[in-house]
Design a protein around this ligand. Structure first.
Ligand SMILES: [Zn+2]
Length: 90
């Protein structure tokens, strides 16, 4: 038994001719594979090919998470060095 449609139909126009998006500006290269991010060839709506729902929330979440992670990493690096300096000076 094979599913004729590779991805869930478009939430906007109902077509199932979506193509997987390999790159989105917010999620980078990792985001699309995480969310099965596909784009409708008919109306250019981008959505989740697995659930047929918009990926906007996920993309925002992914953006927030990656932003927080990079912030924490930078903060830890800078804070770590500052802390080492403080410890070294005391
Ligand atoms: Zn569509």
């Amino acid at each position: 038994m094979q599913n004729p449609t590779q991805y869930a139909p478009c939430p906007n126009c109902g077509q199932s001719n979506a193509k997987k998006v390999s790159f989105i500006w917010l999620g980078g290269a990792l985001g699309p594979s995480m969310f099965t991010h596909v784009k409708c060839q008919n109306c250019n709506t981008e959505y989740n090919g697995k659930t047929g729902k918009s990926n906007q929330q996920n993309t925002v979440l992914y953006f927030v998470v990656s932003f927080v992670v990079s912030f924490v990493v930078v903060f830890c690096l800078c804070g770590g060095f500052a802390l080492l300096n403080m410890l070294g000076n005391s």
